[in-house]
Ligand binder design. Structure first.
Ligand code: SAM
Ligand code: SF4
Length: 418
């Protein structure tokens, strides 16, 4: 989502005549697009920002803008700590960026934006084959650990006709894969619901693959599962964050499902689509998590056998309900639990990837590969990375059939089939 927000900011400035540079010393504007989901991301940002203080002193005309969730959280408070910043712009106000940079002195745009879902952006997409497409903004779920509903605001779905016409435009430009973006795409609702939206997009000629992130387990419906199977462009991969294998902790997290509810959804997904790839997020050391709760997460990982996970230590976020809970877990205990989670999952990921050796997979080639480098790379429908030597010219198609010959933890090796 942040990568796509950066494409929107870049598009806004390019339409004002700016060009991109990798050299901070030569820049007229430097924008930090920040994340505040965990403390580490915040610390990284403030240390990078500190390094620009002397640059700004030498070149007072340089504008420094802070965008994203830290901007939204800190608002004008950020000027007390770092007065050399010029603009602070929250994720709901990206359309104001170009105007803000023209203001002399400190400028702030962090208000709730009720018309965000109707906004149009000039998007400077970096990829020519795969595109992110926002279908909704914000989140209403208020998971107790999460800062997103406070920084990105209330949930708002974009009108379906805007989404469809954006994707039709992308198809005309030659894009092959789109990923629909939202914090909880299954709760998309305009004149149609999420399943209806997938059906409409599936009919757009030129688009070969449809993906979406993220799905909330409580909102995955049987309708959606059958649509994933029946709509041939929808990839059979789902990112479905579990967070914990303990129903007691899930309740404290305000996730609105139990471990058993989650497991039932996994069973339906796999019954309907035996080859589906399922990935997830896990949080280690949520407040009050005991060794027993942690062992339930380990049991869950073994029972479900995800294709891959992102796992993180719990990070208290000021303003969230979980930060106020008693019984915070010591950092070294969190880290021990995280290591065990990653160890268990690594073995499962290795096993899952090995099972793909000798299968034939459809791979969408990355543009760098199509240009005829010595090595090609692409992704399977299940979103696994495949590297291929150029034994066979792939021809003009971006979609190739590949025999998998070797499995690694984070990628597969394959050979293109004639
Ligand atoms: N909306 C998506 C969902 O609910 O699945 C995910 C959004 S969040 C940006 C991505 C992941 O960050 C979450 O699934 C969660 O595992 C993790 N996360 C969020 N807040 C966190 C916190 N305070 N500490 C550690 N991990 C956190
Ligand atoms: Fe955060 Fe929960 Fe919303 Fe995901 S669903 S963005 S974890 S509050």
């Amino acid at each position: 989502m942040n990568v796509h927000d950066s494409e929107k900011m870049s598009g806004a400035l390019k339409s004002e005549g700016y060009i991109e540079t990798d050299d901070p010393k030569g820049a007229d504007i430097i924008i930090f697009n920040t994340c505040s989901i965990r403390e580490k991301a915040e610390q990284k940002f403030f240390s990078k920002l500190g390094r620009l203080k002397s640059l700004k002193k030498r070149k007072p005309s340089l504008k420094i803008a802070v965008a994203g969730c830290i901007a939204q959280q800190e608002r004008e408070k950020i000027f007390q700590r770092t007065p050399y910043i010029d603009c602070v712009i929250g994720p709901q106000n990206l359309h104001l960026l170009a105007g803000l940079t023209r203001i002399q002195g400190h400028a702030v745009a962090c208000d709730e934006n009720p018309s965000l879902a109707e906004a149009d952006f000039d998007i400077d997409r970096k990829d020519r084959i795969k595109a992110w497409v926002t279908i909704m903004y914000g989140c209403d779920n208020y998971c107790s650990y999460c800062i997103v509903p406070y920084t990105r605001g209330r949930e708002k779905s974009r009108p379906s006709e805007k989404i469809i016409s954006e994707i039709e435009g992308l198809a005309r430009e030659g894009f092959k894969e789109i990923t629909l973006l939202g914090q909880n795409v299954n709760s998309y609702r305009s004149d149609i619901d999420f399943t209806g939206l997938l059906q409409r997009i599936n009919n757009i000629s030129g688009i070969e693959r449809i993906r979406f992130v993220t799905s909330h387990p409580k909102d995955i419906s049987v309708d959606l599962i059958f649509a994933m199977r029946n709509l041939h462009k929808v990839c059979q991969h789902i990112h479905l964050p579990l967070q914990s294998g303990s129903s007691r902790i899930l309740h404290l997290m305000n996730r609105k499902y139990s471990y058993e509810d989650y497991l039932r959804k996994i069973e339906i997904l796999r019954n309907v689509m035996p080859d589906i790839s399922i990935t997830s997020d896990i949080i280690a050391g949520f407040p009050q998590e005991t060794d027993k709760d942690h062992s339930l997460t380990i049991r869950g990982l073994k029972e479900i056998a995800f294709d891959g996970i992102f796992a993180f230590n719990y990070s208290p976020r000021v303003g969230t309900r979980a930060a106020e809970l008693s019984g915070h877990v010591e950092d070294d205990v969190k880290s021990e639990r995280l290591y065990e989670i990653l160890d268990v999952q690594n073995a499962i990921t290795d096993m899952k990837n090995k099972a793909l050796v000798d299968t034939i997979q459809e791979v969408l080639l990355e543009p760098s590969g199509i240009k005829g480098n010595s090595k090609l790379t692409g992704r399977t429908r299940s979103n696994k990375i495949v590297n291929m030597p150029v034994y066979v010219q792939p021809g003009s198609s971006d979609l190739v059939r590949v025999r998998i010959v070797k499995a690694h933890r984070h990628s597969l090796d394959g050979i293109i089939q004639k």
